[in-house]
Design a protein around this ligand. Structure first.
Ligand SMILES: Cc1cc2nc3c(=O)[nH]c(=O)nc-3n(C[C@H](O)[C@H](O)[C@H](O)COP(=O)(O)OP(=O)(O)OC[C@H]3O[C@@H](n4cnc5c(N)ncnc54)[C@H](O)[C@@H]3O)c2cc1C
Ligand code: FES
Length: 260
């Protein structure tokens, strides 16, 4: 898949909570390329003297009709906080779309029951996954987890594409506990699981999926620098040897990973 390095125009900016930012970008000169859920963008952070490296952010949504895509960003450090200072009309230099992305089931498998699990800002790629599954005739179940209700974002947008279930650690929304504690694991049946979020969450989801004999894919968020396979700082041990998460991933079948 061809990669682009472009200055994209910011056409939308919304703070969803005080530390979660939603950016909408467009290419004013050309149609955006196809984008797969799980693929990401490497963003150059300008105006921040300490942020030399680009920051990897998952594609949260893609609207081919309006030629825009969204990024959902948790403000955790200098780079992401600098992005929060951008205003509509500003330009952002991006390399995209990077990585492999989640696979879409073949159209013949339209009855597939898919469980998409997201923890914290790891829910970001699941929205685009839900949109594309829905467009292909599927109705996935989303299981969104966070520490409290304020960490559960974009619920209404998820609900457009499937059933939304929630867990919060403090019980302020949905069922209390971690995503692996939700009752749907016992009451529902699925054909496959996909997950993105903190590593301990993905390890626990992978273990549970294995117990239920379900194929499971996860999107890893290893530290990255170049994002294009040159620096080797994102390497993950797999049964195929050490692989760069930025080029061979970020999506992996958990059978390939050695982290459980
Ligand atoms: C493939 C991929 C997709 C991602 N998608 C999203 C997303 O959709 N939304 C989102 O909010 N975050 C996402 N992240 C994480 C995001 O890249 C980091 O939170 C961001 O780079 C932190 O930059 P900072 O300068 O604000 O923080 P820093 O001050 O640099 O660090 C704060 C925290 O972020 C972690 N971090 C720093 N740099 C990186 C890096 N290059 N890669 C990964 N983690 C880093 C550090 O370990 C630390 O815990 C993704 C990461 C990867 C690898
Ligand atoms: S981030 Fe440089 S090789 Fe993956």
């Amino acid at each position: 898949m061809k990669k682009y390095v472009k200055d994209l125009r910011l056409v939308g900016r919304e703070m969803l909570r005080e530390d979660y930012l939603l950016l909408r970008l467009t290419d004013e000169q050309a149609p955006l390329p196809p984008m797969l859920p799980g693929q990401f963008v490497q963003i150059a952070v300008e105006g921040s003297p300490t942020t030399f490296l680009r920051r990897p952010i998952s594609i949260n949504d893609h609207d081919a009709v309006h030629n825009t895509f969204d990024l959902l960003i948790h403000l955790v450090g200098e780079g992401t906080r600098a992005l929060a200072r951008l205003q509509v009309g500003d330009r952002l230099n991006c390399i995209y779309p990077l990585g492999n992305g989640f696979a879409l089931p073949a159209p013949t498998a339209a009855s597939q029951r898919l469980l998409l699990v997201g923890g914290g800002v790891g829910t970001a790629p699941m929205l685009l996954y839900g949109r594309q599954l829905h467009a292909a005739g599927h109705r996935p179940t989303f299981l969104l987890g966070g520490r409290s209700s304020r960490d559960i974002l974009e619920r209404e947008r998820f609900a457009e594409f499937g059933t939304v279930c929630v867990t919060t650690e403090d019980g302020t929304l949905g069922e209390r506990g971690f995503v692996t504690h939700h009752s749907l694991w016992e009451t529902e049946t699925f054909d496959a699981v996909a997950a993105c979020g903190p590593k301990p969450m993905m390890v626990a989801v992978a273990r549970l999926a294995r117990q239920h004999e379900l194929p499971c894919h996860v999107s890893l968020e290893n530290l990255m620098a170049c994002g294009v396979g040159a620096c080797l700082c994102c390497v993950e041990k797999t049964v195929r040897g050490n692989l760069c998460v930025c080029t061979e991933g970020p999506v992996f079948n958990t059978n390939e990973l050695t982290w459980e």
